[in-house]
Design a protein around this ligand. Sequence first.
Ligand SMILES: [Cu+2]
Length: 169
Amino acid sequence: MKQQPEHRPGQRPRRRTRPALATAVAGSAVCALALSACGGPASADAVPKLAVSGGYVPQPPMADMAAGYFTVTNTGGADDALTSVTSDAASSVTLMRTTSADEMQGVTSLPIPAKGRLTLSTGGNHLMLMGLKHKPTAGQSVTFELHFAKSAPMAVRVPVEPATYRPKG
Ligand SMILES: [Cu+2]
């Protein structure tokens, strides 16, 4: 069975705190507030408008760790960011940024640009679920609650797919 490189046994993720990134996100939120306070009426379009699609969890090779994937599309006129995720299936969910074929790191947020999207996909950025309450099996589903820098939290229920599954398109 082909294992995903980011979940090779024995290769634990490097976790680093990213204070610079956190500061940048907080800074942009402050700027947005200042603009709406001083810049006259804000355009109705200048808010993020998010939708989540294509979510799934591949059935993991091991019982202690799984990945999660989905796309967050932002049709609004302002940036947002995914800041944390919780799940009914795992005691912790980490946002992982893949920096090369063999390296990933935990990050405190992933950007969702205005009129753009955040894509979590195999071989790229992804969620890492640890402390699994049971091993996710194809045919089951997993619930994620997504938290954002600006938008209200959103709950999505995604299927557990066979390890070989790849989304179409
Ligand atoms: Cu990972």
